[in-house]
Design a protein around this ligand. Structure first.
Ligand SMILES: Nc1ncnc2c1ncn2[C@@H]1O[C@H](COP(=O)(O)OP(=O)(O)OP(=O)(O)O)[C@@H](O)[C@H]1O
Length: 441
């Protein structure tokens, strides 16, 4: 199996206290509510609060990882910042320009600079187009004429992502999943974008191929000076690729910190619970006791999220204030923001408050002897969190803004390449042990 290489820290990310260079992307109070309608008059009866007030920025050259359970709004956030979706509220600025409600016409030239890589390497490539046609489409759509012609440039791109340039005339079905993802990456890089948003770029791939694609993304970042926003539910992938990490829960960022600080001393109880479920296949730690936090119950529905802190219904530290007052995302340490009244590894912000009866969690001390079994348990925790999608579907939310078919999504795709990016979901991959073997420091 290919090993993950060590990531070189992004120079821009060094000043994670906010003192770094001007952000490439600035997001302020971003909101996306999908309306739920009823009857032929499409009367609005509620809303899926998929993303609810996100504030963060992405600095040039860095990788911001976004992690959270299924249904917490990661993909919606990715589609909002690439303007595949129109925000309900808040502001998105790219290179200092407000693109929040920019028209399709005005967005067109900016599409070159912001590209998206989708999760599903099968559904995101049009099976009727050759690889040359797929990777070359952005040039045609944007009217860009490379110096040596489109074909030579496409072949250069194929080589750049580790594919044989002679396979220019082949069709997607003639490639493996990993190779197709490389085709998607080549297409995203065709116009030399500044920001690449990758939504679960490796989770549909075999574990043995994941490391190759992650390494490729790393190499391309170094070579081309790319800025990444990488969305994943797999903490070990996120740990490997990210300079800073945003942890999401039910449409909110609950913690935002640089990688080292987040992994060494997570401050939000939810982050701690997520991390405790990641297997650590380190023989030296066999037999050592580790606290396994098993979150019980489901993630509440984003249609009617809990009041106060959205995590309080599953939090073992919850007190009265957590049920009534939403904790703001505050910088409690240098470069480390957290939204919690009772943070871990930090000073309690509401000491002495009466505890809520939280019969929702077990904190078990377990001997870390069987990494494989641990991986299973980690999977259980993740599975428990798949409900909000189900409940949202049951309520028949209006999905009018989301691309429903590959063709529609191609229309809306930031690269506008007409290849039918569906952004389809594949089943969740288990945490990759490969990534844990050599976490990047
Ligand atoms: N077009 C849509 N219409 C209505 N609800 C939607 C739409 N897209 C997403 N949602 C809902 O918004 C919530 C967030 O979904 P989103 O796909 O952003 O989550 P996610 O964290 O990316 O999940 P996953 O990891 O499973 O992809 C979910 O409850 C989902 O059902």
């Amino acid at each position: 199996m290919t090993e993950l290489k060590k990531k070189t820290p992004a120079p821009a990310a060094a000043g994670s206290d906010g003192s770094g260079p001007e952000p490439l992307l600035k997001v302020d109070g971003l909101v996306k509510h999908f309306p739920i309608t009823k009857g032929i008059l499409k009367r609005k009866v509620g809303a899926v609060q998929a993303v609810d007030g996100l504030t963060f920025d992405v600095r040039p050259g860095e990788t911001l990882g976004v992690v959270g359970e299924s249904g917490c709004g990661k993909s919606t956030m990715g589609r909002l910042v690439t303007r595949l979706l129109e925000p309900t509220g808040g502001k998105v600025e790219f290179q200092g320009r407000d693109i929040t409600h920019m028209s399709a016409g005005k967005l067109r030239p900016m599409r070159r600079d912001i590209q998206m890589i989708f999760q599903d390497p099968y559904g995101s490539l049009n099976p009727r187009h050759t690889v040359g046609g797929i990777v070359g489409t952005p040039f045609r759509l944007q009217g860009v004429k490379p110096q040596d012609g489109v074909k030579a440039e496409v072949q250069r791109l194929l080589e750049l992502v580790g594919l044989n340039p002679e396979h220019y005339n082949r069709y997607p079905h003639e490639f493996s999943g990993g190779q197709r993802q490389r085709i998607g990456i080549a297409r995203a890089l065709a116009l030399k974008p500044k920001l690449v948003v990758a939504d679960e770029p490796v989770s549909a791939l075999d574990v043995s191929i994941q490391a190759q694609v992650v390494n490729l993304l790393d190499d391309l970042q170094d070579e081309l000076g790319l800025t990444y926003m990488i969305i994943a539910h797999d903490l070990s992938v996120i740990r490997h690729v990210s300079d800073r990490i945003a942890v999401m829960y039910l449409g909110k960022i609950v913690e935002l910190a640089d990688r080292k600080s987040l992994y060494e001393a997570p401050m939000h109880p939810y982050t701690k619970a997520l991390m405790s479920a990641v297997p650590v296949p380190d023989p030296r730690r066999r037999g050592a006791k580790s606290d396994r936090i098993l979150l019980k119950g489901d993630v509440p529905s984003p249609i009617s999220p809990p009041t106060g802190c959205r995590f309080h219904t599953r939090c073992w530290k919850a007190t009265k204030i957590c049920g009534t007052t939403e904790p703001p995302l505050l910088q409690l340490k240098t470069g480390h923001q957290v939204a919690c009244h009772h943070p871990e590894n930090g000073e309690d912000l509401a000491p002495g408050d009466a505890p809520l009866v939280a019969d929702v969690i077990t904190v078990k001390s377990t001997a870390a002897t069987a990494p494989a079994a641990e991986a299973d348990e980690a999977g259980t925790v993740a599975e428990e969190a798949t409900e909000p999608e189900a409940s949202a579907e049951a309520a028949a939310p209006e999905a009018s803004e989301a691309p429903a078919t590959p063709e529609e999504s191609a229309e809306a795709a930031p690269d506008g390449d007409g290849d039918g990016e569906s952004g389809g979901k594949a089943s969740a991959a288990t945490p990759s042990e490969a990534s844990e073997d050599s976490p990047k420091e």
